[in-house]
Design a protein around this ligand. Structure first.
Ligand code: NAG
Ligand code: NAG
Length: 489
């Protein structure tokens, strides 16, 4: 639940209203212009949306320099951001040969494996030489190498499940596997803030989809009871199966899942739990095994464990871990296994090596140090931001921490001012968040030193004062203000 001050809500609506009115005004002239040139299409329908992409043209393009900034180095604690210039008010941006060295607060490089690593990199290079960059084949054809077999064993072992299947892309892991797991006559109960890959996978499955209030076990139970009692629409037959889908860490909120409560409810009603650990596997838990380890949930109680390798492991792809029976079934049916080219062998090797480091199998304690570091760094950074008066979402131990910006004008202001002072941040707004709730999303890494974090805090504090996003007074008397706020979902 996010609360937003009345005045902020008002000014934010006003800003969007202004942008909208101005955009409509310009579109009006464009329509006249288009009408004039209508013959240009020669009877074809416009292939792009014509006037429908209002949001992109009239809002997003105004600040597009804040998004998709090219970089030209590994996404380590510091990285090189390519400078761009524009001769047409940022409508088009041209890359220059200049770069600026910036502190990286945007990448999901939780454990610092995104950079060259003394243990992983030589092994990855070796696998590149031995197996080449691509298998040029799907897993069931010629695309299974011994690295792929080793990876699946290694991942199953790491997350604490009997077996696993890996795919070449994290997004596809959700969007291609859900339609195989469940279909017509099934019921998916999904957290309201689940990732787009889950939403699309669920829609593609043809199952009935119901949403429960974000991270609210009591509402989940209510929705479950109602739908179990009612059964399938019209026929009222019992559901073929029911899957509850939640995430370990919600990447736009920085929140940890209320997993113990949710698992208890799912057990009570005998429904399956699908846990997406894209942001939590490798990043939290004493030995990096994700939210189950952190929150003390037995992995035997989570039926389908999904995760990606694109964050903590510094690679690409995703996995599903579960019972032997489930994984075997997926290997016969999942399109990402049958038809998609298998994960690149060097990328697979990177994951294996990163897991070995995390588990200390490389013979050093670097893995344990990284895990301790990400936790300390995250908790330090979060508490300092809160002390300064920023509105920071999420829970302790989560390396993702959104800073609320709200007002659309503050999105580019925050991003540009930070970049000017060599701190690169990611800002997110509608449609990734609700319209009112634009935010900057900070991702902390184990590779950040305390000095880096202090620099970042200094810059963010300065910029925060400049653009007025310290919505709370610094440190004390926070409580009083909470009463004057509008409640939003
Ligand atoms: C274009 O982008 C730059 C930063 O990249 C910013 O300083 C400038 O204000 C922008 N111009 C317009 C017209 O939005
Ligand atoms: C690159 O940076 C230098 C020094 O800051 C500046 O003089 C030059 O104009 C920049 N080049 C471009 C293409 O922006």
């Amino acid at each position: 639940m996010i609360t937003i001050p009345y005045l902020t809500a008002l000014t934010t609506y006003f800003s969007y209203g202004l942008l909208f009115a101005f955009g409509q005004f310009r579109d009006f002239f464009r329509k006249i212009f288009d009408w004039w040139h209508a013959s240009n299409l020669q009877g074809y329908a416009p292939i792009c949306l014509g006037l429908e992409d209002f949001y992109i043209r009239r809002l997003y393009l105004r600040i597009q320099d804040c998004f998709g900034r090219p970089i030209c180095s590994p996404p380590d604690a510091w990285f090189d951001v390519v400078e761009r210039v524009s001769n047409d008010n940022n409508k088009t941006l041209k890359r220059t040969t200049n770069v600026s060295r910036c502190l990286n607060l945007g990448s999901y490089n939780y454990l610092g494996f995104a950079a060259s690593d003394e243990y992983c990199t030589p092994r990855v290079i070796e696998s590149l030489k031995k197996y080449s960059a691509s298998t040029c084949s799907a897993r069931v054809d010629g695309g299974t190498t011994s690295i792929h077999m080793e990876l699946e064993e290694c991942v199953a072992n790491f997350v604490g499940k009997p077996a696993s299947i890996v795919t070449g892309m994290g997004y596809v892991t959700n969007s291609a596997i859900l339609p195989v797991l469940i279909g017509k006559g099934g019921l998916i109960i999904s957290d309201s803030l689940n990732h787009n890959s889950i939403v699309n996978g669920a829609r593609g499955s043809g199952a009935t989809i119901r949403v429960f209030q974000h991270n609210t076990p009591s509402h989940l139970e209510k929705v479950l009871r109602e739908h179990i009692a009612e059964g399938q629409p019209r026929t009222h037959r019992p559901w073929k199966k029911i899957i509850v889908i939640v995430e370990g860490i919600y990447s736009m909120e920085g929140e940890l899942c209320q997993l113990p409560e949710i698992v208890a409810i799912c057990k009570k009603y005998k429904v399956y739990v699908y846990l997406d650990e894209a942001h939590s596997i490798g990043a939290v838990g004493k030995t990096g095994r994700g939210v189950c380890e952190l929150l003390g949930v037995d992995t035997a109680d989570v039926d389908i464990m999904m995760g990606t390798f694109t964050k903590s492991f510094g690679s690409c792809g995703g996995y599903i871990a579960g019972s032997k029976e489930l994984i075997e079934y997926l290997k016969y049916t999942c399109p990402a296994h049958l038809y998609a080219t298998s994960i690149s062998p060097p990328a697979a090797q990177q994951i294996i090596s990163a897991i070995q480091v995390i588990l200390g199998e490389d013979g050093s304690s670097r893995g344990a140090q990284k895990l301790a570091r990400i936790r300390e760094n995250s908790n330090f950074f979060r508490s300092e931001l809160q002390k300064m008066g920023f509105e920071v979402l999420g829970d302790n131990d989560s390396p993702v921490m959104p800073i609320m910006l709200y007002n659309p004008a503050k999105i580019p202001a925050f991003s540009r001012e930070c970049l000017k002072q060599n701190v690169a941040v990611v800002t997110v707004a509608f449609p990734a968040t609700p319209l009112l709730l634009a935010r900057a999303r900070i991702c902390i890494s184990a590779s950040h030193s305390r000095e880096d974090l202090n620099k970042a805090l200094e810059v963010i504090s300065r910029v925060g004062d400049l653009i007025g996003i310290k919505y709370f007074p610094a440190e004390p008397q926070k409580q009083q203000l909470e009463e004057n706020r509008v409640k939003l979902e």
